[in-house]
Design a binder for this molecule. Structure first.
Ligand SMILES: C[S@@+](CC[C@H](N)C(=O)[O-])C[C@H]1O[C@@H](n2cnc3c(N)ncnc32)[C@H](O)[C@@H]1O
Length: 217
C-alpha cells in the first residue's frame, strides 16, 4: 500500500463512519468505487450544481451520507429528499443518521419503482438527481439503465449531477447521443481524495422541447 493510501486508510480507521465505509469497500471494492467517503469540498461542489430553486432531490449511492448532509445544510427539507443505497450496513447507517429523509435500500436501476414505493413522486418530479455512484467503473448497459431511471423521475428542466475521478465525462459521447443528453463540466474538488470533477447532465434541447411544449399554459 502506498504512503498516500496508508495515510487515508489510517484516517478512515479513526472515524467510525469512515471505518464502516472502508469495511464495505474491503468487501466489495467494485460497487463501492472508493475506499473513503467523499470530502466536504466535493459535497459543496455537487450541491452548487443544483438548479436554481431546486426543492425535491434524489440521491443515488448515499454511502455514509456526505452529500445527504450537504443537501440538508443547503436547505433541502428532509421530506423532499430520497436517498437510494444498495449496501445493507450503509443503508442502515443512513437511516440512523437521517431520520425524516426517505432512505431506501435498493438498486439505482430500479429508481422508478423505489420512488413510487415511497410515494415520493406524488408531489411532482425531482429537480435533481445527485449521484454518488461510481459511474465510471460501470458498464455502458448499467450506465444506460441508471440514466434512464434517473431521467424518468426528473422534471424536464431536471439535472443529473455526477462526480468522477477521471479526466473526462464518465458517460461517453455515444451514450449521451443515444439518450439525448447534454454534459457540462462543473467545478473540480482538488482536495478531495482522489481529486474529483463534477459533471451535470441535462436533456438536450431536442428532447426537452416536446416535454415543455406539452405542459399546459
Ligand atoms: C463511491 S461510493 C459514494 C458514497 C457517497 N455518496 C460519497 O460520496 O461518499 C458509491 C456508493 O454507491 C453505492 N452503490 C453502488 N452501486 C449501487 C447501485 N446500483 N444502487 C445504489 N447504490 C449503489 C455503494 O454501496 C456506495 O455506497
Amino acid at each position: 500500500m502506498s504512503h498516500f493510501r496508508r495515510k487515508n486508510a489510517t484516517a478512515a480507521a479513526e472515524s467510525p463512519v469512515a471505518w464502516t465505509f472502508f469495511r464495505q469497500w474491503l468487501k466489495n471494492p467494485l460497487s463501492m468505487a472508493a475506499f473513503s467517503p467523499s470530502g466536504k469540498q466535493l459535497a459543496r461542489a455537487m450541491v452548487s450544481q443544483l438548479p436554481p430553486g431546486a426543492r425535491r432531490i434524489v440521491e443515488l449511492g448515499g454511502g455514509t451520507g456526505v452529500f445527504t448532509r450537504a443537501l440538508l445544510d443547503h436547505g433541502i427539507r428532509a421530506s423532499d429528499l430520497l436517498v437510494v443505497e444498495l449496501n445493507e450496513p450503509l443503508h442502515r447507517l443512513l437511516q440512523h443518521r437521517f431520520p425524516g429523509v426517505h432512505v431506501v435500500r435498493g438498486d439505482a436501476r430500479r429508481l422508478t419503482e423505489l420512488a413510487a414505493g415511497e410515494h415520493f413522486l406524488e408531489e411532482g418530479p425531482a429537480d435533481a438527481v445527485v449521484s454518488g455512484l461510481g459511474l465510471l467503473s460501470m458498464s455502458r448497459g448499467m450506465q444506460r439503465d441508471i440514466l434512464n431511471a434517473a431521467f424518468s423521475v426528473l422534471a424536464p428542466h431536471g439535472r443529473f449531477i455526477q462526480f468522477t475521478y477521471g479526466p473526462v465525462s464518465p458517460v461517453s459521447r455515444e451514450l449521451l447521443g443515444e439518450l439525448g443528453l447534454h454534459a457540462r463540466r462543473g467545478t473540480m474538488a482538488w482536495i478531495n481524495v482522489p481529486p474529483a470533477t463534477v459533471y451535470t447532465y441535462t436533456r438536450s434541447r431536442s428532447t426537452a422541447i416536446p416535454a415543455q411544449a406539452a405542459a399546459p399554459r
